[in-house]
Design a protein around this ligand. Structure first.
Ligand SMILES: Cc1ncc(COP(=O)(O)O)c(C=O)c1O
Length: 387
């Protein structure tokens, strides 16, 4: 598998086990990106006001086919944080309203909810999910025990950031629909990582990053909002789409897609990224990554005198996994891994725990995981950074 690394721009000197944070862009997709930028600079007026918009629509169409939703229900956004700030700001939360979530959400979005809930006296309820995960039924029982008559919104990651677990969002969306509760799904890690079919999942709101597992350049994500909520979604930035001179059929599109002058070339690379995945038989590569992960997750955990966070099944694991570690100085550990051993891997401190998170992308192979294992042995032998 690791022969694929030469197709990426990653520094060959670095053992790169952190695809999950910001992704990595393959050379052909990055060239496509630069071609769009050249077109833009050659004829900025035509591109920004005319041809670029057509290319943007084509790109959106390709994306909506890939994730199975209506094109007009999607907006490109620079990242999931911007997408969800747009939504959360517009929710009209009231004092006493409750937002039910888990204790394993992404820190920036916990802060967003804290900020908007704090303004009005709404409550952001972090339902504790026990680790290691047991059965799906146990997860759902724990999650739903946080439900009260005041629950107005459910917010949950499809793949969590600190613990790298797949949560059963389909079951949660189905039950929430029965209960008439709005669902907001943080699918930052979902697109091109695990299957996504928005018509089947049917959430009220969903965001996904494209610069992670779909391999576009940085600064490309999307926001999906179900039609019935779109009229509530004011943009974070008011621009020409408000009282639009030439309104389209969708106020949602008009309001959000143009927020002042900027380079939207990253958004245009979705078709090239999808082609790259096709050309390189990514479905088979992903399968190989998942089986590598299932083989090595328990091995690395044992090396760290720790444990795996869930059953070794596609229901809970994609191409990323986290291991709780005993690290008295996580910052120094991360620094040592990178500076001394040239391994790029996140050491995540979250809720009083520290985790080592490993990403398995198609450019990673056994050799890199073996390197990690040897380095862990060295660090244990030579330092007190891992106990
Ligand atoms: C679960 C989750 N949500 C959201 C994000 C989005 O982060 P950003 O908006 O900074 O790209 C991430 C990034 O890693 C994440 O892991």
């Amino acid at each position: 598998m690791s022969d694929l690394k030469s197709l990426f721009l990653l520094d060959p000197q670095i053992t790169f086990l952190n695809h999950g944070s910001f992704g990595a862009c393959p050379k052909p997709v990055f060239e496509d990106y630069q071609n769009w930028q050249l077109l833009l600079e050659r004829e900025p007026i035509q591109f920004i006001t005319n041809t670029g918009i057509q290319f943007l629509n084509d790109s959106k169409k390709a994306l909506s086919t890939f994730i199975n939703c209506n094109t007009e229900d999607l907006i490109y956004m620079p990242n999931p944080t911007t997408a969800l700030n747009t939504v959360i700001k517009n929710l009209d939360l009231k004092a006493g309203d409750e937002i039910l979530t888990t204790n394993q959400e992404y820190g920036a979005l916990d802060r967003t909810w804290d900020y908007y809930c704090g303004k009005v006296g709404a409550k952001y309820i972090h339902q504790k999910i026990s680790l290691p995960l047991g059965s799906k039924e146990q997860f759902l029982a724990e999650f739903w025990s946080g439900l009260t008559s005041k629950t107005k919104i459910i917010f949950i990651s499809q793949i969590t950031s600190p613990t790298a677990l797949i949560f059963p969002v389909k079951e949660i969306c189905d039950r929430a629909k029965e209960l008439g509760i709005m669902t907001i799904i943080d699918g930052a890690h979902t697109p091109a990582h695990i299957p996504l079919d928005l018509k089947d999942l049917d959430p009220d709101v969903f965001t996904g990053a494209l610069h992670k597992w779909l391999l576009t350049p940085k600064g490309s994500a999307f926001l999906y909002v179900k039609k019935e909520w779109q009229h509530l979604m004011d943009p974070l930035i008011i621009s020409w789409g408000y009282h639009a001179e030439f309104p389209s059929e969708s106020q949602f599109q008009d309001y959000h897609q143009f927020n002042g002058t900027r380079d939207f070339s990253a958004y245009l690379t979705t078709p090239a990224a999808l082609k790259f995945l096709d050309d390189h038989d990514w479905e088979s590569r992903k399968k190989e990554c998942r089986s590598l992960l299932k083989e090595y997750y328990p091995i690395v955990a044992k090396e760290l005198e720790s444990f795996v966070l869930c059953p070794l099944s596609d229901d809970y694991l994609g191409q990323i996994c986290s291991i709780p570690i005993h690290a008295p100085n996580p910052i120094k550990l991360k620094q040592t891994l990178y500076e001394k051993y040239k391994i790029e891997i996140p050491v995540v401190t979250f809720s009083g725990e520290t985790y080592l998170r490993i990403s398995f992308q198609a450019y990673n192979g056994v050799k890199e995981i073996e390197t990690l294992i040897n380095v862990i042995r060295n660090i244990k032998k030579e330092t007190s950074l891992l106990r």
